[in-house]
Design a protein around this ligand. Structure first.
Ligand SMILES: Cc1cc2nc3c(=O)[nH]c(=O)nc-3n(C[C@H](O)[C@H](O)[C@H](O)COP(=O)(O)OP(=O)(O)OC[C@H]3O[C@@H](n4cnc5c(N)ncnc54)[C@H](O)[C@@H]3O)c2cc1C
Length: 375
């Protein structure tokens, strides 16, 4: 790869970290972003770097943390030294005890413990009475765009040619990459392209060829300033259906959503919806706040700061697609991280880069050409 021209399409967490690693490995890299860097989910997420409670994604997360620690040394983005801790909230203490035991069996490093409602109130007085929880030693609150912007700074130093404002489409000729066409009329010749355009990736591939099973699940988050900000990351429920299925309908709500709260200094980010079509955030925000107040009563009187909406690149089985695109020599994909792209993105990018540079194989569950079984 040394000296070779590579084009990376997409300026989110995946594209920016992959472009950096490729350039640092000696490739001549052009990163093409159609709108603005960190303009998709990588700039509008909740900002939690946390364990996804899944062994495959968990391995990506742990490696990503190491890459983030390195990044923090040179391009600080506010990664805390210690996790804030996550409280998985439930009304059912037995459910909490079972979940804590299961997590402890599978991921002992997370130190999961069940807390009864009294212990929850003592630990986190902002929470309404009656909630039991599983306390998990994970969850680093960061600025939503912080990690991606830190990679951009490092990419620029590594010599990546960053082009913003025109979209790119790979040009394929006789089963191999011939270059990219850009919407400003530019053609770049290259025989190596990495598709890192998140939920837009399927649109960049021919409709009659292989396409990854990636769709958008739209997430609205609301930023508020409560009188007292919780010190832990809060999440509804102890069963993480979102790590495989991309969402669940919550009883009593018209909008599929899962309560989450991310502390950020004097603010809290309240999440989030999981819906298939783009919602109007102004309509959804009051619903999210009403639900949130059942967990943290102070949210009801918190000052509204704003809201954000964007689409998660959700794969059908919950795992990203990484590695060579079947049937097109020189084309590699790294996309489909659903709700976990900030927590697992840099390690995924590293796998994609290794497969491009040295043909290193990607773990079976993550390979682009795996058989995808819906979760
Ligand atoms: C509400 C919400 C909260 C979330 N919270 C968390 C969280 O707390 N922790 C966590 O780990 N994850 C979280 N996520 C998930 C995470 O944000 C995503 O998985 C991750 O950002 C995806 O990164 P990406 O680089 O694949 O895609 P994106 O960030 O979508 O980036 C893709 C980029 O490609 C560009 N692009 C598209 N088409 C083209 C083209 N033709 N040419 C050039 N550029 C193109 C787009 O403009 C975009 O900038 C959250 C997501 C949402 C929606």
């Amino acid at each position: 790869m040394r000296g070779r021209e590579v084009v990376v399409i997409g300026g989110g967490i995946i594209g920016c970290s992959a472009a950096t690693l490729l350039a640092e490995g000696g490739a001549r890299v052009t990163l093409v972003e159609s709108t603005a860097l960190a303009n998709g989910a990588s700039g509008r997420n909740s900002g939690s770097i946390q364990h996804p409670f899944d062994p495959v994604l968990g391995a990506l997360h742990i490696r990503s943390l190491t890459l983030y620690r390195d990044l923090e040394q040179t391009d600080a983005f506010g990664l805390p030294a210690e996790p804030a801790g996550i409280l998985l909230l439930t009304r059912d203490l037995d459910d909490a005890a079972q979940r804590a035991a299961d997590l402890q069996d599978e991921f002992s490093d997370l130190g999961a413990v069940a807390l009864d409602p009294q212990a929850v109130s003592q630990l986190e007085p902002t929470i309404a009475p009656g909630w039991a929880a599983v306390l998990v030693h994970s969850g680093y609150p960061t600025r939503p765009d912080g990690a991606t912007r830190a990679w951009v700074a490092r990419a620029a130093r590594a010599g990546v040619d960053i082009r913003v404002g025109a979209g790119a489409r790979p040009v394929m000729e006789a089963g191999r990459i011939g270059g990219i066409d850009m919407t400003d009329g530019t053609h770049l010749a290259t025989d190596a392209v990495l598709l890192a355009a998140g939920p837009w990736v399927p649109d960049l591939l021919p409709s009659d060829g292989w396409r990854p099973a990636i769709t958008r699940t739209w997430g609205v988050t609301v930023q508020v300033r409560p009188a007292a900000v919780p010190s832990h990351i809060l999440e509804e429920g102890t069963v993480h259906t979102i790590n495989v299925a991309g969402g669940m309908a919550v009883a009593g709500s018209d909008v599929p959503s899962i309560f989450s709260l991310m502390p950020a200094a004097s603010l809290a980010t309240i999440g989030s919806t999981f819906v298939a079509t783009e919602p109007d955030p102004a309509l959804v925000a009051p619903l999210l706040l009403e639900r949130a107040a059942a967990f943290v009563p102070g949210i009801a009187s918190a000052e509204l700061i704003g809201f954000r909406v964007c689409g998660r690149p959700q794969s059908a089985d919950g795992y990203p697609f990484i590695g060579p695109v079947p049937g097109v020599e020189g084309l590699t994909i790294c996309a489909g991280h659903g709700p976990w792209g900030i927590s697992t993105g840099p390690a995924s990018a590293e796998l994609a880069v290794a497969s491009m540079v040295s043909g290193t194989s990607v773990p079976n569950q993550l390979r682009a050409e795996r058989e995808v079984r819906p979760a």
